[in-house]
Design a protein around this ligand. Structure first.
Ligand code: ARG
Length: 456
């Protein structure tokens, strides 16, 4: 009973199982250093504002530093009876420096304290994730640079559509990752404001200096409404939303890598370090890493829905429900970091089977559109040109021929506009290199794009 920091109002001890059921210390330990960082800034402000004496503030800060060292050494025993990280640290402080430790909580509440801790934690994790995103972009760009000669089939409906540069395909994923990075920066900017000072919900009667604390802790300012400050979890939801979109992108790339490393495609070879064997089929080399990233996308989507559902219909301001925000958030942070880290190296180390890609790019009449475009340049309306080429392709199918193998006479059955120079237009290179406008797959367009990315 005596251990509880809020025990004054109570005459009976908490039920043991209720204690375990309501405690969050089990998963909150990762907030410890942020909790202490916030408390130190708060204590120093209390001293500066003469809410407590400077000597008391100094004593509190020294005590907090000791506790941080103990935690970092893995030597602090967290107690379930003390519920959460805030009370574990505060109880330890009082135990260490005596009653003066009890002055730390002046002008604040666990409600604004936890809102601060999650923000500090998430800000750090975001900065780490921004570096991973940068590294993945670099891996993708390097793949593109190293394989500029490789032509692969481009697909729609997973049917061969038109030939594209493999580099162009890799840079498509770079675009997705660049948008993810911009979303992450955006959301970081939106929540980088200090919630401390909101108190339990209504603010605090003490003459605190929120702006000073905000500056000490690297915030861009302070939050503007105490009720919102303690009940807002938009930032966690936005992060989980960013994470869901990022994982959707990674799972698309994962899916392609899985397909491409199958014997049927055989477009790439993943490094052995990212695959495993089968316990029964000796020939197998399974792409476990991309499969697992594809699979983990599910839990990251789930975390977003958990948080949205958690916050739905909650009345203002703080509700204990909100303690459930942490595990989904932490899980999304860990999953995203792990998935990015492993993708960076896997992409850097995969090898491309250029010959197979090229052969596949030739299947499926991938240059048919180029004949239509050829006819259009000779004055035929596109719709009619489409018809001409449709018939050409049907002829090829029926006679088991490929477009570049057709004789001049065969071509001319379909349109007299087709002349000998058609052969210059139906090669894979010609098809690819015809698409030079910005965003196209022509080698020159891709090289321009790579140069632009390098200089950016
Ligand atoms: N562990 C709590 C949470 O994560 C901290 C805030 C508790 N506040 C309260 N009034 N019980 O939400």
């Amino acid at each position: 009973m005596s251990q509880k920091l809020w025990g004054g109002r109570f005459t009976q001890p908490t039920d043991k199982f209720v204690e375990e059921f309501t405690a969050s210390i089990g998963f909150e330990q990762r907030l410890a250093s942020y909790d202490i960082q916030g408390s130190k800034a708060h204590a120093e402000m209390l001293g500066r504002q003469e809410i407590i004496s400077v000597a008391e503030a100094t004593q509190i800060i020294a005590g907090l530093n000791d506790i941080l060292a103990t935690i970092e050494a893995g030597e602090l025993e967290f107690s379930v009876a003390l519920e959460d990280i805030h009370m574990n640290v505060e109880a330890r402080l009082i135990e260490k420096i005596g009653a003066v430790g009890g002055k730390l909580h002046t002008g604040r509440s666990r409600n604004d304290q936890v809102a601060l801790d999650i923000r500090l934690y998430l800000r750090d994790e975001i900065d780490a994730i921004l570096v991973y995103l940068d590294n993945l972009e670099t891996s993708l760009i390097e793949q593109a640079e190293q394989n500029l000669d490789v032509i692969m089939p481009g697909f729609t409906h997973l049917q061969t559509a038109q030939p594209v540069l493999y580099s162009h395909h890799m840079l498509a994923y770079r675009e997705m990752i660049a948008r993810d990075r911009s979303r992450l920066r955006d959301l970081r900017n939106r929540f980088n404001f200090l919630p401390l000072g909101a108190g339990a919900l209504a603010g605090t009667p003490f003459p605190i200096d929120r702006e000073w604390v905000a500056e000490q802790l690297g915030f861009d300012g302070v939050t503007r409404n105490s009720l919102d400050s303690v009940s807002d979890r938009d930032f966690a939801i936005e992060f989980c939303s960013f994470a869901a979109i990022l994982m959707m992108h990674l799972s698309r790339l994962a899916e392609e890598l899985i397909l491409w490393s199958s014997a049927n495609f055989s477009f790439i070879e993943l490094s052995d370090a990212f695959c495993t064997g089968s316990s029964i089929m000796p020939q197998k080399k399974n792409p476990d890493v991309p499969e697992l990233v594809r699979g983990k996308t599910g839990r990251v989507y789930g975390n977003l829905i958990s948080l949205l559902t958690l916050m739905k219909s909650l009345p203002l301001a703080y509700n204990k429900d909100m303690q459930e925000d942490k595990e989904p958030l932490f899980d999304s942070v860990d999953t995203v970091k792990g998935s990015l880290k492993i993708f960076v190296d896997m992409i850097a180390e995969m090898s491309v089977k250029a010959d197979n890609m090229r052969i596949a790019a030739g299947y499926g009449y991938s240059t048919a559109t180029d004949i239509a475009d050829y006819c259009v340049r000779k004055g035929l309306p596109f719709r009619q040109a489409h018809e001409v080429v449709g018939k050409t392709v049907r002829y090829c199918v029926e006679n088991n021929k490929d477009i570049p193998d057709l004789t001049m006479a065969e071509f001319q059955q379909f349109s007299e506009l087709i002349e000998a120079d058609i052969y210059d237009f139906v090669t894979l290179e010609a098809s690819v290199n015809a698409r030079q406008a910005t965003g196209g797959t022509a080698r020159i367009a891709v090289e321009r794009e790579l140069a632009r990315l390098k200089s950016a």
